[in-house]
Design a protein around this ligand. Sequence first.
Ligand code: F6P
Length: 328
Amino acid sequence: MKKFIKTIAVLTSGGDAPGMNAAIRSVVRSASYYKLECVGVYRGFQGLIEGDFIKMTARDAHHLIQKGGTVLKTARSKEFRTIEGRKKAYKNLIKNKIDALVIIGGDGSFTGGMIFNKEFDFPVIGIPGTIDNDIFGTDYTIGYDTALNTAVEAIDKIRDTASSHNRLFFVEVMGRDAGFIALNAGIGAGAEEILIPEEDMGLERLLITLEKSRRSGKTSSLVVVAEGDKTGKNVFELASYVEENLPQYDVRVSILGHMQRGGAPSCFDRVLASRMGAKAVELLLDNKTNLMVGITNNKMKAVDLELAVKEHHKMSDEILRISEIMSV
Ligand code: F6P
Protein backbone atom coordinates (compact mmCIF):
# COMPACT_ATOMS: atom_id res chain seq x y z
CA MET A 1 0.00 0.00 0.00
CA LYS A 2 1.29 3.47 -0.85
CA LYS A 3 2.25 5.35 2.30
CA PHE A 4 2.47 9.13 2.26
CA ILE A 5 5.67 10.34 3.80
CA LYS A 6 5.31 13.52 5.83
CA THR A 7 8.16 13.33 8.33
CA ILE A 8 11.65 11.89 7.83
CA ALA A 9 14.18 11.11 10.55
CA VAL A 10 17.92 11.15 9.87
CA LEU A 11 20.75 9.67 11.91
CA THR A 12 24.47 8.97 11.65
CA SER A 13 25.80 5.63 12.85
CA GLY A 14 29.08 3.67 13.14
CA GLY A 15 32.47 5.32 12.63
CA ASP A 16 32.17 9.00 11.74
CA ALA A 17 33.37 10.32 8.39
CA PRO A 18 34.02 13.81 7.00
CA GLY A 19 30.97 14.86 4.99
CA MET A 20 28.39 13.28 7.31
CA ASN A 21 27.30 16.78 8.30
CA ALA A 22 26.97 17.74 4.64
CA ALA A 23 24.74 14.67 4.19
CA ILE A 24 22.58 15.63 7.20
CA ARG A 25 22.27 19.12 5.75
CA SER A 26 21.25 17.71 2.41
CA VAL A 27 18.55 15.45 3.90
CA VAL A 28 17.18 18.35 5.98
CA ARG A 29 17.20 20.80 3.08
CA SER A 30 15.78 18.30 0.59
CA ALA A 31 12.98 17.50 3.04
CA SER A 32 12.23 21.19 3.33
CA TYR A 33 12.36 21.63 -0.46
CA TYR A 34 9.75 18.88 -0.85
CA LYS A 35 7.65 20.29 2.01
CA LEU A 36 8.40 17.47 4.43
CA GLU A 37 9.26 17.70 8.13
CA CYS A 38 12.67 16.48 9.27
CA VAL A 39 13.84 15.17 12.63
CA GLY A 40 17.47 14.60 13.59
CA VAL A 41 18.25 11.61 15.83
CA TYR A 42 21.23 11.92 18.19
CA ARG A 43 23.74 9.06 18.69
CA GLY A 44 22.50 6.79 15.93
CA PHE A 45 20.33 3.81 16.83
CA GLN A 46 20.87 4.45 20.55
CA GLY A 47 19.15 7.82 20.16
CA LEU A 48 16.25 6.08 18.38
CA ILE A 49 15.84 3.79 21.39
CA GLU A 50 16.01 6.70 23.85
CA GLY A 51 13.87 9.06 21.78
CA ASP A 52 16.70 11.59 21.59
CA PHE A 53 15.23 13.62 18.71
CA ILE A 54 15.48 17.19 17.49
CA LYS A 55 13.31 18.89 14.90
CA MET A 56 15.47 20.29 12.09
CA THR A 57 14.47 22.97 9.62
CA ALA A 58 16.42 24.15 6.58
CA ARG A 59 17.85 26.99 8.72
CA ASP A 60 19.08 24.55 11.38
CA ALA A 61 21.32 23.03 8.74
CA HIS A 62 23.30 26.21 8.13
CA HIS A 63 27.11 26.15 8.30
CA LEU A 64 27.10 22.37 8.36
CA ILE A 65 28.52 21.67 4.92
CA GLN A 66 32.13 22.41 5.86
CA LYS A 67 32.15 20.85 9.33
CA GLY A 68 34.00 17.61 10.11
CA GLY A 69 32.52 14.92 12.39
CA THR A 70 28.77 14.65 12.84
CA VAL A 71 26.67 17.16 14.79
CA LEU A 72 24.10 14.42 15.43
CA LYS A 73 26.89 12.35 17.07
CA THR A 74 27.32 8.67 16.38
CA ALA A 75 27.33 5.44 18.37
CA ARG A 76 27.52 1.70 17.98
CA SER A 77 24.39 0.58 19.84
CA LYS A 78 24.41 -2.88 21.45
CA GLU A 79 20.78 -2.48 22.51
CA PHE A 80 19.63 -2.05 18.93
CA ARG A 81 20.89 -5.58 18.28
CA THR A 82 18.13 -6.87 20.53
CA ILE A 83 14.45 -7.10 19.53
CA GLU A 84 13.53 -5.24 22.75
CA GLY A 85 15.77 -2.34 21.74
CA ARG A 86 14.33 -2.21 18.24
CA LYS A 87 10.76 -2.28 19.61
CA LYS A 88 11.54 0.77 21.75
CA ALA A 89 12.99 2.51 18.68
CA TYR A 90 9.87 1.73 16.65
CA LYS A 91 7.56 3.03 19.39
CA ASN A 92 9.51 6.30 19.54
CA LEU A 93 9.26 6.76 15.78
CA ILE A 94 5.51 6.17 15.82
CA LYS A 95 5.03 8.41 18.88
CA ASN A 96 6.80 11.23 17.05
CA LYS A 97 4.79 10.61 13.85
CA ILE A 98 7.92 9.79 11.87
CA ASP A 99 7.24 7.94 8.60
CA ALA A 100 10.71 7.04 7.31
CA LEU A 101 14.34 6.80 8.36
CA VAL A 102 17.55 7.83 6.58
CA ILE A 103 20.66 6.08 7.94
CA ILE A 104 24.05 7.59 7.17
CA GLY A 105 26.72 4.99 7.95
CA GLY A 106 28.49 1.82 6.90
CA ASP A 107 27.50 -1.83 6.43
CA GLY A 108 26.93 -2.51 10.15
CA SER A 109 24.45 0.37 10.29
CA PHE A 110 22.75 -0.84 7.11
CA THR A 111 22.37 -4.34 8.56
CA GLY A 112 20.58 -2.80 11.55
CA GLY A 113 18.37 -0.76 9.21
CA MET A 114 17.53 -3.79 7.11
CA ILE A 115 16.48 -5.89 10.10
CA PHE A 116 14.40 -2.98 11.39
CA ASN A 117 12.69 -2.61 8.03
CA LYS A 118 11.87 -6.31 7.89
CA GLU A 119 10.50 -6.46 11.45
CA PHE A 120 8.34 -3.33 11.38
CA ASP A 121 7.87 -2.65 7.67
CA PHE A 122 9.33 0.77 8.36
CA PRO A 123 10.75 2.64 5.34
CA VAL A 124 14.55 2.87 5.48
CA ILE A 125 17.08 4.37 3.08
CA GLY A 126 20.86 4.14 3.58
CA ILE A 127 23.51 6.69 2.64
CA PRO A 128 27.07 5.26 2.59
CA GLY A 129 29.24 7.25 4.97
CA THR A 130 32.58 5.70 5.92
CA ILE A 131 36.19 6.59 5.22
CA ASP A 132 36.90 2.95 4.27
CA ASN A 133 35.07 3.07 0.90
CA ASP A 134 34.22 -0.58 1.44
CA ILE A 135 30.53 -0.56 0.49
CA PHE A 136 29.29 -2.53 -2.49
CA GLY A 137 27.13 -0.66 -5.01
CA THR A 138 28.87 2.69 -4.94
CA ASP A 139 32.16 3.87 -6.40
CA TYR A 140 32.59 6.25 -3.45
CA THR A 141 31.42 6.53 0.14
CA ILE A 142 31.15 9.88 1.90
CA GLY A 143 34.40 10.69 3.73
CA TYR A 144 36.73 8.49 1.73
CA ASP A 145 38.10 11.25 -0.50
CA THR A 146 38.82 13.51 2.48
CA ALA A 147 40.48 10.72 4.48
CA LEU A 148 42.57 9.76 1.47
CA ASN A 149 43.84 13.32 1.06
CA THR A 150 44.51 13.61 4.80
CA ALA A 151 46.58 10.43 4.63
CA VAL A 152 48.53 11.59 1.56
CA GLU A 153 49.29 14.94 3.18
CA ALA A 154 50.60 13.21 6.30
CA ILE A 155 52.64 10.65 4.33
CA ASP A 156 54.23 13.47 2.27
CA LYS A 157 55.47 14.96 5.55
CA ILE A 158 56.83 11.61 6.68
CA ARG A 159 58.61 11.35 3.32
CA ASP A 160 60.46 14.61 4.11
CA THR A 161 61.92 13.30 7.35
CA ALA A 162 62.49 9.80 5.92
CA SER A 163 64.50 11.29 3.13
CA SER A 164 66.53 13.62 5.43
CA HIS A 165 67.58 10.66 7.61
CA ASN A 166 67.82 8.00 4.89
CA ARG A 167 65.21 5.96 6.71
CA LEU A 168 62.58 3.37 5.95
CA PHE A 169 59.13 4.19 7.35
CA PHE A 170 56.19 1.88 7.86
CA VAL A 171 53.07 4.06 7.83
CA GLU A 172 49.84 2.49 9.05
CA VAL A 173 46.61 3.91 7.66
CA MET A 174 43.02 3.00 8.57
CA GLY A 175 41.21 0.10 6.98
CA ARG A 176 40.46 -2.87 9.18
CA ASP A 177 38.93 -4.84 6.32
CA ALA A 178 39.55 -2.69 3.27
CA GLY A 179 42.67 -1.38 1.58
CA PHE A 180 41.23 1.50 -0.46
CA ILE A 181 42.92 4.20 1.62
CA ALA A 182 46.22 2.29 1.79
CA LEU A 183 46.37 1.48 -1.91
CA ASN A 184 45.41 4.90 -3.23
CA ALA A 185 47.29 6.92 -0.61
CA GLY A 186 50.28 4.66 -1.24
CA ILE A 187 50.19 5.35 -4.97
CA GLY A 188 49.51 9.06 -4.37
CA ALA A 189 52.41 9.42 -1.96
CA GLY A 190 54.79 7.29 -4.02
CA ALA A 191 55.20 4.44 -1.53
CA GLU A 192 57.68 1.70 -2.37
CA GLU A 193 55.32 -1.01 -1.14
CA ILE A 194 51.67 -1.18 -0.09
CA LEU A 195 50.15 -3.87 2.14
CA ILE A 196 46.37 -4.33 2.09
CA PRO A 197 43.81 -6.79 3.49
CA GLU A 198 42.63 -7.88 0.03
CA GLU A 199 45.97 -9.24 -1.21
CA ASP A 200 48.57 -11.45 0.38
CA MET A 201 51.79 -10.33 -1.20
CA GLY A 202 53.91 -12.33 1.26
CA LEU A 203 56.73 -11.17 3.48
CA GLU A 204 59.36 -12.46 1.09
CA ARG A 205 58.25 -10.03 -1.61
CA LEU A 206 58.46 -7.16 0.84
CA LEU A 207 62.11 -7.95 1.53
CA ILE A 208 62.85 -8.37 -2.19
CA THR A 209 61.24 -5.03 -3.06
CA LEU A 210 63.07 -3.18 -0.29
CA GLU A 211 66.39 -4.76 -1.18
CA LYS A 212 65.84 -3.90 -4.85
CA SER A 213 64.99 -0.31 -3.92
CA ARG A 214 68.15 0.04 -1.87
CA ARG A 215 70.35 -1.42 -4.61
CA SER A 216 68.73 0.82 -7.22
CA GLY A 217 69.98 3.85 -5.27
CA LYS A 218 66.95 4.82 -3.20
CA THR A 219 68.08 6.22 0.11
CA SER A 220 64.70 6.35 1.84
CA SER A 221 61.59 4.22 1.51
CA LEU A 222 57.95 4.19 2.55
CA VAL A 223 55.74 1.18 3.10
CA VAL A 224 52.05 1.99 3.53
CA VAL A 225 50.19 -0.63 5.55
CA ALA A 226 46.43 -0.94 6.02
CA GLU A 227 45.40 -1.74 9.61
CA GLY A 228 44.06 -5.12 8.55
CA ASP A 229 46.76 -6.17 6.07
CA LYS A 230 47.07 -9.84 5.15
CA THR A 231 50.59 -10.56 6.42
CA GLY A 232 49.24 -11.35 9.89
CA LYS A 233 51.87 -9.09 11.44
CA ASN A 234 51.11 -5.67 12.87
CA VAL A 235 53.09 -2.67 11.73
CA PHE A 236 55.64 -2.91 14.59
CA GLU A 237 56.20 -6.62 13.93
CA LEU A 238 56.68 -5.85 10.25
CA ALA A 239 59.25 -3.20 11.10
CA SER A 240 61.17 -5.63 13.37
CA TYR A 241 61.02 -8.33 10.71
CA VAL A 242 62.59 -6.03 8.14
CA GLU A 243 65.19 -4.75 10.62
CA GLU A 244 66.24 -8.34 11.36
CA ASN A 245 66.45 -9.36 7.72
CA LEU A 246 67.75 -6.13 6.19
CA PRO A 247 69.95 -4.61 8.91
CA GLN A 248 71.13 -1.89 6.50
CA TYR A 249 67.78 -0.15 7.00
CA ASP A 250 67.12 2.35 9.78
CA VAL A 251 63.41 1.66 10.35
CA ARG A 252 60.68 3.78 11.96
CA VAL A 253 56.92 3.34 12.36
CA SER A 254 54.17 5.93 12.14
CA ILE A 255 50.47 5.26 12.77
CA LEU A 256 48.14 7.88 11.34
CA GLY A 257 45.09 6.65 13.30
CA HIS A 258 41.91 8.60 13.91
CA MET A 259 43.19 11.88 12.46
CA GLN A 260 42.05 10.31 9.16
CA ARG A 261 38.44 10.47 10.33
CA GLY A 262 38.51 14.19 11.18
CA GLY A 263 38.77 17.50 9.37
CA ALA A 264 36.69 19.55 6.98
CA PRO A 265 35.32 17.45 4.10
CA SER A 266 36.86 17.88 0.65
CA CYS A 267 34.74 19.55 -2.02
CA PHE A 268 34.24 16.12 -3.60
CA ASP A 269 32.74 14.76 -0.37
CA ARG A 270 30.55 17.85 0.12
CA VAL A 271 29.07 17.51 -3.36
CA LEU A 272 28.71 13.73 -3.05
CA ALA A 273 26.93 14.12 0.31
CA SER A 274 24.61 16.78 -1.14
CA ARG A 275 23.69 14.52 -4.06
CA MET A 276 23.20 11.44 -1.89
CA GLY A 277 21.04 13.23 0.67
CA ALA A 278 18.71 14.58 -2.01
CA LYS A 279 18.50 11.19 -3.71
CA ALA A 280 17.60 9.51 -0.39
CA VAL A 281 14.69 11.90 0.17
CA GLU A 282 13.52 11.54 -3.43
CA LEU A 283 13.51 7.73 -3.12
CA LEU A 284 11.33 7.96 -0.02
CA LEU A 285 8.96 10.35 -1.78
CA ASP A 286 8.75 7.74 -4.49
CA ASN A 287 7.65 5.24 -1.84
CA LYS A 288 10.88 3.27 -2.14
CA THR A 289 12.45 1.53 0.84
CA ASN A 290 15.25 -0.83 1.88
CA LEU A 291 17.66 0.76 -0.58
CA MET A 292 21.04 2.40 -0.39
CA VAL A 293 21.95 5.45 -2.44
CA GLY A 294 25.05 4.88 -4.54
CA ILE A 295 27.08 6.52 -7.28
CA THR A 296 28.53 4.70 -10.29
CA ASN A 297 30.25 6.46 -13.19
CA ASN A 298 29.04 9.75 -11.70
CA LYS A 299 25.38 8.69 -11.88
CA MET A 300 23.19 8.42 -8.80
CA LYS A 301 21.47 5.11 -8.28
CA ALA A 302 19.66 2.97 -5.74
CA VAL A 303 21.01 -0.41 -4.61
CA ASP A 304 19.25 -3.09 -2.63
CA LEU A 305 20.38 -2.71 1.01
CA GLU A 306 20.82 -6.45 1.29
CA LEU A 307 23.22 -6.49 -1.67
CA ALA A 308 25.11 -3.50 -0.30
CA VAL A 309 25.67 -5.40 2.93
CA LYS A 310 26.38 -8.87 1.50
CA GLU A 311 28.60 -8.12 -1.48
CA HIS A 312 32.14 -6.74 -1.44
CA HIS A 313 33.37 -3.57 -3.09
CA LYS A 314 36.08 -5.05 -5.23
CA MET A 315 39.37 -3.31 -5.70
CA SER A 316 40.19 -2.50 -9.30
CA ASP A 317 42.84 -4.76 -10.83
CA GLU A 318 44.10 -1.82 -12.85
CA ILE A 319 44.89 0.18 -9.68
CA LEU A 320 46.61 -2.84 -8.17
CA ARG A 321 48.74 -3.15 -11.30
CA ILE A 322 49.62 0.56 -11.20
CA SER A 323 50.90 0.23 -7.65
CA GLU A 324 53.20 -2.56 -8.79
CA ILE A 325 54.46 -0.66 -11.84
CA MET A 326 55.11 2.50 -9.81
CA SER A 327 57.24 0.70 -7.22
CA VAL A 328 59.86 -0.34 -9.77
O1 F6P B 1 35.49 4.08 10.03
C1 F6P B 1 36.03 2.84 9.73
C2 F6P B 1 37.24 2.64 10.53
O2 F6P B 1 37.97 3.80 10.36
C3 F6P B 1 38.17 1.46 10.26
O3 F6P B 1 39.05 1.61 9.22
C4 F6P B 1 38.84 1.30 11.59
O4 F6P B 1 39.40 0.06 11.77
C5 F6P B 1 37.73 1.58 12.53
O5 F6P B 1 36.91 2.52 11.88
C6 F6P B 1 38.13 2.04 13.90
O6 F6P B 1 37.03 2.62 14.53
P1 F6P B 1 36.87 2.85 16.08
O7 F6P B 1 38.19 3.20 16.63
O8 F6P B 1 35.87 3.96 16.17
O9 F6P B 1 36.34 1.59 16.64
